[in-house]
Design a protein around this ligand. Structure first.
Ligand code: TYD
Ligand code: MG
Length: 428
């Protein structure tokens, strides 16, 4: 006897009340013929495998579909590849539906929405001044029906948008809509269809405030490309980044500003900084390379005496483990009693920095907050910090320094100037 969780597909040899995988109660259902079904290929004959020389395989000559938004194309690696399945994630209200409507306005689009009605989608499209002739809509959400209709429609449309994948269900699965079993089945069917028809499909997936993508996270390895929109609803800037891309690099970012008439592209590398470069204690400006372009971000650190046994470490926008590591480097090299201080770190604009080139800037902001002294005016920090406290040059450092001079930064701290954090602390 075998038991399968109807929510997440977890399998167990005995019945359990609470699924150890997804934590739902009473979801394990008996599957008596499970063992039989899984050994269905037992009778298959053993034969020689087929081997083909790759030089004889015709490469696909079909070119990428350009979206017409340069920043979006850049993140995709030059446009949408035929048969590509893209997952676009982001918090509710961040601008996913807006971005896809704008990005694909030059293509013939089928927009399937379980989130909004036809009127709502039309209203948004009109507000964005999008030509409605290219845009078809459906609110039918059963994946088997969708695929059957797409088989007939596939020559009339160029891309399918599904908003959101969490609202689509398969008739073959018992679990609840948006449950993990449903999500996996739906996505597998979509991917199979896209590959065999060469029709690109974009899936929108919500993630919640904590960045916990319980649903979409499990789908990441099925799809070709995973994009995320980052940013805060209170600020107008949005950052588009690929965390996985089978047809391009994952280094490139696209920057947009949410305006009255939708998202517009931003080219200025200083967008995430406030206009005046005045520095208060705890604030540092870092230069990092995102893709092949230099960008400048503001890191804020707040260091306050703690009343707790285990001081608090709250990090937003930087990698938590990297911050822990750098705190250890500072304790060891600079003798700061950080175990008696809470440390809060934030990158302004709701964006996250993936580059290690921000290490030195974080350390600068921490020392600045700890000593309660502002860093030098017009200063910029570029550099990676190693476990031994050494300062290393970061990716595309030359280019960042060149650009920062052009933008008016006067004092640039990098591995060119200083080699370790001890000397660095004396200089700032
Ligand atoms: P939306 O694309 O609906 O977000 P998502 O699909 O990620 O949930 O965008 C929601 C926000 O964007 C909403 O708060 C209003 C704002 N917005 C603008 O500021 N300008 C516009 O032209 C549009 C269409 C939306
Ligand atoms: Mg939406």
């Amino acid at each position: 006897m075998f038991y399968i969780c109807s929510n997440c597909g977890f399998g167990s040899g005995s019945w359990i009340g609470k699924c150890p995988d997804c934590g739902k109660w009473n979801t394990l259902k008996e599957k008596p013929d499970f063992a039989k079904a899984s050994s269905g290929k037992k009778g298959e004959a053993v034969k020689k495998i087929t081997i083909t020389s790759l030089s004889k395989i015709k490469s696909s000559t079909k070119s990428r579909l350009s979206t017409g938004i340069f920043e979006f194309d850049r993140v995709l690696g030059g446009g949408v590849v035929p048969g590509e399945v893209i997952l676009l994630t982001g918090q509710p209200g961040i601008g996913k539906s807006t971005l896809v409507l704008q990005a694909f306005q030059k293509l013939r689009v089928l927009y399937i929405s379980g989130e909004e009605s036809a009127e709502q989608v039309k209203n948004r499209a009109e507000r964005l001044s999008i030509n409605l002739d290219n845009l078809s809509f459906s609110a039918d959400l059963q994946i088997e029906s969708i695929i059957q209709s797409l088989e007939e429609l596939k020559n009339e449309i160029e891309i399918v948008i599904i908003d959101s994948v969490q609202t689509i269900y398969s008739k073959d699965i018992e679990g609840p809509v948006a449950g993990i079993s449903q999500l996996k089945e739906v996505t597998k069917k979509i991917v199979n269809f896209a590959k065999q028809s060469n029709l690109p499909i974009l899936l929108i997936g919500h993630i919640n405030k904590e960045g916990d993508v319980a649903g979409p996270k499990t789908l990441e390895h099925f799809v070709d490309c995973v994009l995320e929109i980052e940013g805060e609803k209170i600020s107008n800037f949005r950052l588009l980044r690929a965390s996985k891309n089978r047809f391009g690099s994952t280094d490139e970012i696209g920057i947009f500003e949410m305006k009255q008439k939708g998202l517009s592209e931003v080219k200025n590398p200083l967008v995430f900084l406030e206009t005046d470069k005045k520095l208060e204690p705890g604030k540092a400006i870092v230069g990092v390379a995102e893709g092949k372009r230099p960008f400048f971000f503001e890191i804020q650190t707040l260091c306050v005496p703690t009343s707790l046994m285990n001081p608090r470490r709250v990090v937003k926008g930087l990698d938590f483990n990297k911050v822990q590591l750098l705190l250890a480097v500072i304790r060891k090299n600079l003798n700061l009693p950080l175990d008696r201080f809470d440390v809060f770190v934030n990158v302004v604009g709701g964006v996250s920095i993936k580059s290690t080139g921000a290490d030195l800037g974080f350390i600068a902001s921490l020392i600045s907050s700890f000593k309660n002294i502002a860093l030098p005016a017009n200063s910029l920090f570029v550099g990676e910090v190693g476990l031994l406290g050494e300062i290393r040059s970061s990716f595309l450092e030359e280019k960042i320094i060149e650009e920062s001079k052009r933008l008016g930064f006067k004092k640039i701290y990098s591995s060119k100037l200083i080699k370790n954090v001890k000397d660095f602390a004396k200089q700032i």
